[in-house]
Design a protein around this ligand. Structure first.
Ligand code: NAD
Length: 253
């Protein structure tokens, strides 16, 4: 695959796996991540910018830089997201709610806002937004995150409508729990809180899927590469879960 691919939060986790998969597929890759050190540790042949996606000036500057370097963009992966507070709704501080919404929702909106004119001018392109199964089903103790991830589905469906007539597609990917540091922290904390082992907690959550396991970052990346490719040229406005098939989103451990 040829093309210029921008991935937010691309320096680690799911975004890093996406960047590696697009790179392996022959695309030019640019990662924008708030963590400067993690960005520097990415391969030298990738574009790398330190950007907080919830900061409009920073996102605008990123797109100016992309215009200067690449003169356009083929694929935007609006992937940045943070888990937000772990608390019942009544215990969530407004400031924590707003912070979670600002990265997950404002961040995707700002990237879409600055990418859209560029993609429309070209008359082709792809937007992929990373949501979550939390946005499809809810997520106990994570209301801000679930609300933001639901909202980006609305953003993605609207973008598909607005951009489709210009030859630009938009789809939303909903990962289930991904193996890696982020879920490992959740597993360890829940195990400690419930007097269970980490493996018991893992099995409890994994039993909420038909496949009986968490997904891996490269599973999400493979879906992103497929959705960005011409093989998916008529796939737009879709919400695609990569989650091993969630059958019980609230397994009550
Ligand atoms: P992660 O916590 O591993 O973080 C990945 C990267 O995001 C880090 O390099 C971090 O610096 C960057 N980042 C954080 N805030 C940022 C900001 N404001 N601007 C730019 N970069 C920022 O995350 P992940 O697990 O790789 O998740 C990637 C996406 O997948 C997120 O949208 C997340 O909500 C979603 N998701 C993750 C899981 C999971 O289990 N990990 C499940 C469903 C959905």
């Amino acid at each position: 695959m040829t093309g210029r691919v921008l991935i937010t939060a691309g320096a680690s986790g799911v975004g890093r796996a996406m960047a590696e998969a697009f790179d392996a597929a022959g695309a030019q890759v640019w990662v924008a991540d708030v963590d400067a050190e993690a960005s520097r540790a990415c391969p030298d042949h990738w574009g790398r910018s330190q950007v907080d996606v919830s900061d409009e000036a920073a996102v605008a500057a990123l797109f100016d830089e992309i215009t200067a370097q690449w003169a356009g963009l083929d694929v935007l992966c609006a992937n940045a997201g943070v888990a937000g507070p772990t608390a019942l709704v009544e215990d969530v501080a407004l400031s924590d709610w707003q912070k979670c919404i600002s990265v997950n929702l404002d961040g995707a909106f700002l990237c879409a806002k600055y990418a859209a004119p560029m993609l429309k001018r070209q008359g082709r392109g792809v937007v992929l937004i990373t949501s979550s199964t939390a946005g499809q089903y809810g997520y106990p103790n994570r209301a801000p995150y679930a609300a933001a991830k639901w909202a980006v589905i609305g953003l993605g469906k609207t973008l598909a409508m607005e951009l489709g007539p210009h030859g630009v597609r938009c789809n939303v990917i909903c990962p289930g729990a991904v193996e890696g540091p982020r879920m490992e922290g959740v597993l360890q904390r829940e195990a400690a809180a419930k007097g269970m082992t980490r493996d018991q907690v893992y099995r409890g959550y994994a039993a909420g899927t038909s496949m009986g396991r968490f997904v891996e970052a490269h599973d999400i990346a493979a879906m992103a590469v497929f959705l960005a490719s011409d093989a998916a040229r008529l796939v737009s406005g879709q919400v695609i879960a990569v989650d091993g098939h969630t059958v019980n989103p609230d397994p009550k451990l």
